[in-house]
Design a binder for this molecule. Structure first.
Ligand SMILES: [Zn+2]
Length: 77
């Protein structure tokens, strides 16, 4: 499972406050924001991370962290 899939799987939205369609939209926005604003290493220890956050490296430090989030989560401590 990729980091982004793992993160999204763990995020639950209150179904009493949002309809099914709204939940889908909200999740899409959260997903985009995670990729644009952060790197998996900022959440998981040992995951690809921007150097400044003291991670293991491997971060592409591109415009966004698409590549990092698409990496397989296997082997994360
Ligand atoms: Zn990254």
């Amino acid at each position: 499972m990729t980091y982004i899939d793992a993160a999204m799987r763990g995020i639950k939205i209150d179904s009493e406050l949002f309809t099914q369609v709204e939940q889908g939209r909200l999740k899409e926005i959260i997903r985009e924001l995670l990729i644009i604003s952060s790197c998996p290493g900022e959440i998981w220890k040992g995951a690809p991370c921007r150097p400044a956050a003291g991670g293991v490296g491997l971060c592409t430090i591109a415009q966004s962290c698409d590549d990092c989030w698409e990496m397989d989560q296997e082997g994360v401590s």
